[in-house]
Design a protein around this ligand. Structure first.
Ligand SMILES: Nc1ncnc2c1ncn2[C@@H]1O[C@H](COP(=O)(O)OP(=O)(O)OP(=O)(O)O)[C@@H](O)[C@H]1O
Ligand SMILES: [Mg+2]
Length: 584
């Protein structure tokens, strides 16, 4: 059953703490044993008391003291074991929760864009928090409760057979009834619970989506409809959840009932056996104690199993994310390109996204170090896609892409991306200080280097005019800066990174003409001496490119210099004319 595999996997995460786990297990085993000793001792006391009229007084006292001594020892050992378990288990669980979180965080950050495109960050966050909370709960309850329950069932229950096999069989029957009952309910409720969990995830995703677009929500007065969306999912969650709850309520009732029934049965069977001389009063008392103990443990186990079932889908989701492997794997012997010269070659590249048809067809071009190539063409033609392939966010299905003559698939991802700088249309900034955002380019840059880059990017002046200069916080996604300011920061960041290959994807198209003129000076500084790819809709910006490639439906349909293309009177000339006159 999947359930046990999941459980095992959760426990296996503790492998780095295996010695602590072994110690905890030992403590749990002794706790289980100690718990079983108490009813046994109790039974012995009763037997001793029922024999007082047949034994000499001093023998009674000696036996009583021996029993009391053992009892005291059992009590003290129990306390010691409990404290040890509580201390060690809590620490281990806290430590490992954070470790798992950090592991998940790093794993998710490294997953390719293809994965992030499909999954909303709100969901990823929810899966992480819920998943690690559940791990924490399972680890704790395993060492504090379930291991003890397990040892009681597997080792101690059969041992009761040696005390009195008839009463022992009765207890075993009780456990079997319990196990069967629970398994049935598990079977019935598993699918429904998985759906509930799926809905919860959907809910988290939608909330995140609404929160991150709060401006749209408010300006389009979407408050009510967003709230309604929430209400709809909420109703679906409850519709699925209630039947599951009914089943578990039934289990609870049956648990209670079976405990009463068991005690009555032990009493009945015990009395009958006692009358036939097959059980002492003490044994009956001990078995009643066992029954109470076992029922308590079983109740705990059932509660846990139901809880675990509620959590299982979210745990499964957690592991599913952890099991996602990169679609752009690094080859074992991949080469580390220290600093590339900057020759980029596309060789008959064909590509389609996982859930789209073919987007690029036989795209070939070559850029020599320091050259500037422009990619133009209508929207959706595949310009951004080509540049994503160059950064190896995806691998092409046909052909190959080479950097300095080496196939991208043979270069380590780290060194490839170190060699490529990108400035996007939306300059993505962290909600950190301006300096921290710049240092993303190269963390070890000095203040002088940072300032020099900012001067080249025409950013230094506006930065020093900010309230705290370089230490000003920029707000989420740089919200407290204007588009042009954000863009100049992005350029400065790329200057600091100083990559031999540069991609400018619509880097200036969000700017007005005046700001663009300002930024274009910064751009020129940035492009100097690098192999540069410019994607631009404003064709005036590509005038100086060494070669212009016109994309249409995933193919390069024309290429050449600005003048040559104009003279050709083809697609490009058409595009230019449209931009100048506004009519096609
Ligand atoms: N992640 C994705 N999954 C599936 N299809 C995608 C994805 N990204 C882009 N596409 C599709 O690929 C095609 C090319 O998109 P691309 O972004 O490369 O165009 P573009 O030339 O950069 O356009 P624009 O000038 O508007 O930026 C489009 O038809 C688009 O719908
Ligand atoms: Mg694009």
């Amino acid at each position: 059953m999947d359930f046990f595999r999941l459980y095992w996997r959760v426990l296996a995460l503790l492998k780095n703490d295996r010695w602590v786990a072994v110690g905890l297990s030992a403590a749990a085993v002794s706790l289980a044993g100690l718990q079983f000793l108490e009813p046994v001792l109790f039974g012995k006391v009763v037997d001793l008391l029922s024999k007082t009229d047949r034994l000499p007084v001093d023998v009674v006292w000696t036996e009583a003291f021996v029993l009391l001594g053992v009892w005291a020892a059992v009590g003290v050992s129990g306390i010691v074991a409990n404290v040890a378990v509580a201390l060690l288990a809590d620490r281990m669980a806290h430590r490992n929760r954070l470790t798992s979180m950090s592991h998940y965080f790093q794993h998710v950050l490294a997953l390719p864009l293809e994965f992030h495109g499909d999954v909303q960050s709100g969901r990823l966050m929810k899966v992480m928090l819920r998943g690690t909370d559940n791990l924490f709960g399972i680890w704790l309850s395993f060492f504090r409760e379930h291991l003890i329950t397990l040892v009681s069932m597997v080792v101690l229950l059969p041992l009761t057979l040696t005390m009195n096999w008839r009463l022992g069989l009765l207890l075993i029957a009780l456990v079997i009834v319990f196990a069967v009952l629970t398994t049935l309910v598990i079977r019935r409720t598993q699918a429904a619970q998985a759906q509930v969990e799926g809905l919860h995830t959907e809910l988290a995703g939608n909330v995140q989506d609404a929160l991150s677009n709060v401006v749209v929500v408010q300006s389009f007065t979407r408050l009510n409809s967003e709230a309604k969306m929430f209400g709809d999912i909420m109703r679906r969650v409850l519709d699925q959840q209630f039947p599951v709850l009914n089943w578990w309520a039934l289990v609870n009732v049956m648990t209670r009932a079976s405990s009463t029934v068991t005690v009555i049965l032990i009493f009945l069977l015990g009395t009958w056996l006692h009358l036939n001389g097959q059980a002492t009063v003490g044994e009956i008392v001990s078995f009643m104690g066992f029954a109470g103990l076992l029922i308590g443990r079983l109740e705990g186990a059932v509660a846990f199993i139901s809880h675990m079932l509620f959590q299982a889908p979210s745990m499964a989701e957690f592991f599913q994310v952890l099991d996602t492997v990169s679609t752009v794997p690094e080859k074992p012997g991949a080469q580390d390109l220290a600093r590339a010269e900057g020759t980029v070659e596309f060789d008959q590249v064909g590509f389609g996204y996982p859930r789209s048809g073919k987007i690029l067809h036989g795209v070939s071009f070559r850029a020599l170090p320091g050259q500037t190539l422009a990619l133009v063409g209508s929207t959706g033609a595949g310009k951004t896609t080509s540049m994503q392939l160059l950064q190896r966010l995806y691998d092409p299905q046909e052909g190959r892409i080479l950097l300095d003559g080496v196939d991208l698939r043979d270069i380590t991802l780290e060194s490839l991306r170190r060699n490529i700088g990108v400035v996007f249309q939306e300059s993505m900034l962290f909600n950190r200080t301006i300096r921290d955002n710049l240092l993303v380019g190269r963390p070890d840059s000095s203040q002088e280097e940072v300032e020099r880059a900012c001067r080249m990017a025409e950013a230094h002046d506006f930065i020093t005019r900010q309230p705290k200069g370089y230490d000003t916080l920029v707000g989420e996604r740089g919200a407290s800066l204007s588009g042009g300011q954000r863009q100049r920061l992005a350029i400065a960041r790329a200057l600091l990174k100083d990559p031999p290959v540069l991609i400018l994807d619509e880097a200036t198209s969000a700017l007005d003409a005046a700001t663009e003129a300002k930024v274009s000076k910064a751009m020129k500084a940035l492009m100097a001496g690098r192999t540069t790819f410019i994607i631009a809709h404003r064709l005036s910006t590509v005038r100086e490119a060494d070669e212009i490639m016109v994309f249409d439906q995933g193919r390069i349909v024309e290429r050449g210099s600005f003048q040559a293309l104009l003279a050709e009177q083809g697609r490009f000339a058409e595009l230019v004319k449209t931009q100048l006159t506004g009519v096609s």
